[in-house]
Design a protein. Structure first.
Length: 275
């Protein structure tokens, strides 16, 4: 039987983590309560297997993939409790999971075999400061009428479309939590947010990046690049390590990551279906 841990018990799954797990940043951010998420296990006292769900983003499996106390109920759990949690917490419509190895791919595929499953690859990138410095000289300058701002309480409060509040609360329990733990920069026209780059996941000095340009008319003009460049420079100045993760099929994100000095380091398979 799969059961949900109370937040104060999340640390119980640390024994299931290996130092080289590519998703350790996300998992630790949820364990520590920095970012939104839920953790489900086979045994609330001594878990052998766990599903770590980053609310509205992705599910991550850790531990023993052959543990039938977890896998026998996995399909029912995904269609039941996880689906309800996803819908109620963020209006999510898809199950999206990273499977770290063949054993987990087999177990999850079996659990959702009645669904039409789509596959992809999650790429994990490593930042190269020297490459960033070499490439940033080619970035287009900010056009007249636009400003580059660090995201703070004032910028969030004066955002007429409440875009930043929606983005921040997708990842954090509150705006205050983001302001305490995260970092962000945005390109604005007046108070309107054109593009923003911010920490979507934080553990100690490691920061996962989320970046978006919000209107189609503003895309492909270099705004996201400039917001990200300010973010990278802040990370380098303050000893933070930026992380870039994207799906293989997200060609624009792959190009932007490369443009910012990131290089692919590892990858994991993704399984997805629409509820």
């Amino acid at each position: 039987m799969i059961r949900r841990l109370e937040p104060k018990e999340y640390a119980k799954i640390k024994t299931l983590l290996s130092p080289d797990n590519v998703n350790n940043l996300t998992i630790h951010a949820i364990i520590n309560g920095t970012n939104r998420g839920a953790i489900y296990v086979d045994d609330v006292e001594q878990p052998r297997t766990a599903l770590v769900d980053q609310t509205g983003v992705i599910s991550i499996f850790v531990g023993d993939a052959a543990n039938e106390a977890f896998t026998v109920d996995l399909g029912t759990f995904i269609e039941g409790e996880l689906r309800r949690y996803t819908t109620e917490s963020c209006g999510g419509t898809h199950f999206l999971a990273v499977v770290p190895d063949e054993a987990w791919e087999e177990a999850v595929t079996k659990a959702i075999s009645h669904r039409e499953i789509e596959t992809d690859w999650e790429y994990y990138y490593q930042f190269n400061p020297e490459q960033f410095q070499a490439r940033k000289i080619s970035y287009r300058p900010l056009p007249e009428g636009y400003t580059l701002k660090r995201i703070n309480a004032g910028v969030i409060e004066n955002d007429p479309d409440n875009i930043l509040i929606e983005v921040v609360e997708e990842f954090y329990h509150s705006v205050d939590d983001f302001l305490q733990w995260g970092v962000g920069f945005c390109v604005c026209k007046g108070n309107r947010i054109v593009s923003a780059c911010l920490s979507c996941c934080v553990h100690e000095r490691d920061h996962e990046i989320s970046v978006e340009t919000y209107e189609e008319a503003d895309m492909n003009k270099g705004f996201a690049t400039l917001a990200c460049a300010a973010y990278m420079e802040h990370c380098m100045e303050h000893g933070l390590t930026p992380h870039w993760t994207t799906l293989e099929t997200n060609e624009e994100s792959v190009r932007l990551g490369t443009k910012l000095g990131f290089a692919p380091k590892e990858k994991c398979k993704i399984l997805e279906f629409e509820y």
